[in-house]
Design a protein around this ligand. Structure first.
Ligand code: BES
Ligand code: ZN
Length: 622
């Protein structure tokens, strides 16, 4: 009897301490649970949950295998098994409190992988999994020296978001779970290992590295890179890692990083992670950037030489609040990570470089959103902020809706309540939910209680969040610079002559806007004239190249050896957004055969995230 009372009061205490009765997504089942049900993890964290990871691994470049053990302290609610997520891992042995114990792997699902069920007792406090990665691993990309900047040493990096961490560490791979971690990594001598943790600034002689992440983070944020990189500080808490031949350029490009952190802190409160560094990876990295805590991973395609693409750093930095501190509870709530981050990013850019630059960024996003709405015209449910990605790859939610509709929601909210009130609200929001997770319903309640009802403001939040499309009260984004670009474009087309006076001072964003707005019926002679004047086929700005190549393909422009240039670009750069935009242009203009011929050559250079997307786009199977 006494025991039952204790258990009951524990449950009550547990429940009230996390407001869970209001948090529920699907009603009664979760009313007494801390964690919501979610469709992209097999874990049952309400029964037993991992709290601290001690990772001990060897990185073997010859075999292209990571092997070792993942040891966890667990919080055990009287469970007799603990379930981890695992995909394409070779599980060798499991232990509970140091003694070998049974495990079983569940049925394989192409997105989720397998449940790894480990037998424990209600008293178990600690488990260990001995494992190896396999050649099917999706998180890891093993690069040959030829794929790096310096071409001398191999390179390895991981990409965990959204559900790939389970392909290199057996773990409860749900964003609502948080772990602190420490790691011991054995790398080949001569290479440096870095993680989303406290990092070395020099190589060690024996290739052995120890890491500590003392703040609890979601599993998708555990990251590792191993390569011949060096560190150069920008300030006492910011700096860059890059290969030797890139280090100086990267350092100059990102020299405003300390100012960015200070500006961000001025907006929404102190930076919680002590150190903010960026590592510039080889060009096959599938994203622009990835906000791994303390160490953002970034593509070299943003090193333009003129700081024109550094809003990416502002974006990843902003995730230190929206995403890493307050984390989307499930991938259906992804807009809470990305929409808030785009808003925050643009605010940082505005504070540092002025309204004009910020409005250009916002307007580029607005056009991306318009394009995305068209691409989703047959699946309106995908244009809701709150998604339902059950039985789908959470990557399907990584599109302009979460980013740019999410931004537009906050921007419209700002216009409605005023910047001062929104800023105070956001600062409190981050502060009061730090190191915890957020789902859409909980956010809407918090918004009502702490902003809208508080000031008696009417706002159509539900329409924005739960309905498809863009509500009619959307904020209008305007840029005089872009209006000018549009006038110049009309003028250039009418006269078929470049206007070098008008374009003299253009920033890459203005060029991007100019090129993206070429009319459907633009003629080859216009492409030739522009290419002769501005040498756009050989632009050194990757963003300009991408949109120019896209238009060239759509309009069948073949001058200036552009076909070779496009092929080179696609064989070198693996950034999914760029690669997809270009391959889509081939498909859209009925040149799929050409696309497949290039893809046959470029595919081997891509990380699985990119090759999976392009395989689907081109219906390609190896
Ligand atoms: N967290 C994302 C990258 C991501 C999202 C990876 C979902 C896997 C699944 C990152 O912060 C991001 O948004 N990167 C953008 C750049 C940004 C400036 C819009 C990218 O990679 O293009
Ligand atoms: Zn982001």
């Amino acid at each position: 009897m006494k025991k039952i009372t204790i258990i009951l009061s524990c449950i009550i205490l547990f429940t009230t301490s996390c407001n869970s009765s209001k948090e529920t997504k699907k009603g009664e089942k979760t009313t007494t649970s801390k964690y919501v049900t979610e469709s992209h993890s097999y874990a049952q964290p309400n029964a037993a949950v991992v709290k601290h990871l001690n990772l001990n691994i060897t990185v073997d470049f010859d075999q292209e295998v990571i092997s070792g053990s993942a040891n966890y302290s667990i919080e055990n609610n009287n469970a007799t098994e603990i379930i981890l997520d695992s995909k394409f891992l070779d599980i060798q042995k499991t232990e509970a409190d140091g003694k070998e114990t049974k495990f079983a792997l569940g049925e394989f699902d192409k997105h989720l992988g397998q449940a790894l069920k480990i037998t424990i007792t209600p008293e178990t406090k600690n488990i260990t999994v001995y494992y190896k990665t396999t050649n099917k691993t999706e998180a890891l990309q093993w690069l040959k020296p030829q794929q790096t900047a310096d071409k001398k040493h191999p390179f390895l990096f991981t990409q965990g978001q959204a559900i790939l961490t389970r392909t290199w560490i057996p773990i409860q791979d749900s964003p609502q779970i948080r772990v602190t971690y420490e790691a011991t990594v054995k790398a080949p001598t001569g290479l440096m290992a870095v993680m989303s943790a406290e990092n070395p600034k020099e190589k060690t002689k024996n290739g052995l590295y120890h890491f500590k992440m003392e703040q609890p983070i979601s599993p998708y944020l555990i990251a590792l890179a191993v390569g011949d990189v060096e560190y150069k500080a920008i300030s006492n808490r910011t700096g860059v890692y890059a290969e030797k031949s890139m280090l100086a350029k990267v350092h100059t490009e990102f020299s405003d990083m300390e100012k960015m952190v200070t500006t961000a802190e001025g907006l929404y409160g102190n930076y919680a992670w002590e150190q903010f560094d960026v590592i510039v990876l080889p060009p096959s990295f599938p994203f622009g950037g990835m906000e791994n805590p303390r160490l953002t991973f970034a593509t070299p395609t943003v090193i333009a030489g003129d700081k024109s693409l550094t809003s990416l750093v502002a974006h990843e930095l902003a995730h230190s609040w929206s995403g890493n501190l307050v984390t989307n509870a499930t991938w259906d709530d992804f807009w809470l990570n990305e929409g808030f981050t785009v808003y925050f990013e643009i605010r940082i850019m505005e504070a540092l470089y002025g309204k004009e630059r910020a409005e250009m960024l916002a307007l580029i996003g607005r056009q991306d959103l318009e394009d995305e709405l068209i691409s989703f015209k047959d699946s309106p449910n995908d244009t809701k902020l709150k998604l339902d990605l059950k039985d789908r790859n959470p990557d399907d939610g990584m599109n302009s809706i979460a980013y740019d509709k999410g931004y537009l929601f906050l921007r419209t909210l700002e216009q409605t309540v005023g910047r001062e009130k929104l800023d105070a609200f956001l600062k409190n929001y981050f502060n009061s939910h730090s190191f915890s997770t957020m789902h859409t319903e909980k956010f809407v309640t918090y918004l009502n209680n702490n902003l809208l009802d508080k000031y008696n403001i009417t706002f159509n939040t539900n329409e924005w969040v739960y309905k498809p499309g863009i509500p009619s009260n959307q904020a209008k984004i305007e840029s005089d610079k872009f209006k000018n670009v549009e006038l110049t474009l009309q003028d250039v087309l009418k006269n078929n002559s470049a206007n070098t006076e008008a374009t003299k001072e253009w920033t890459p964003q203005e060029w991007v806007h100019f090129i993206r707005n070429f009319p459907k019926n633009m003629e080859i002679k216009h492409f030739e004239m522009l290419d002769n004047t501005y040498n756009l086929t050989n632009s050194t700005n990757s963003y300009i190249s991408m949109v120019w190549f896209e238009q060239a393909i759509l309009h069948n422009y073949r001058g200036h050896d552009i076909d070779d240039k496009i092929e080179q670009f696609l064989c070198n750069v693996g950034r999914r957004w760029y690669v997809t935009t270009i391959f889509k242009a081939y498909v859209k203009s009925s040149k799929k055969e050409e696309a497949i011929n290039i893809y046959k050559k470029s595919r081997a250079n891509y990380h699985s995230v990119t090759s999976n997307t392009i395989d689907n786009l081109l219906n390609y199977s190896q």
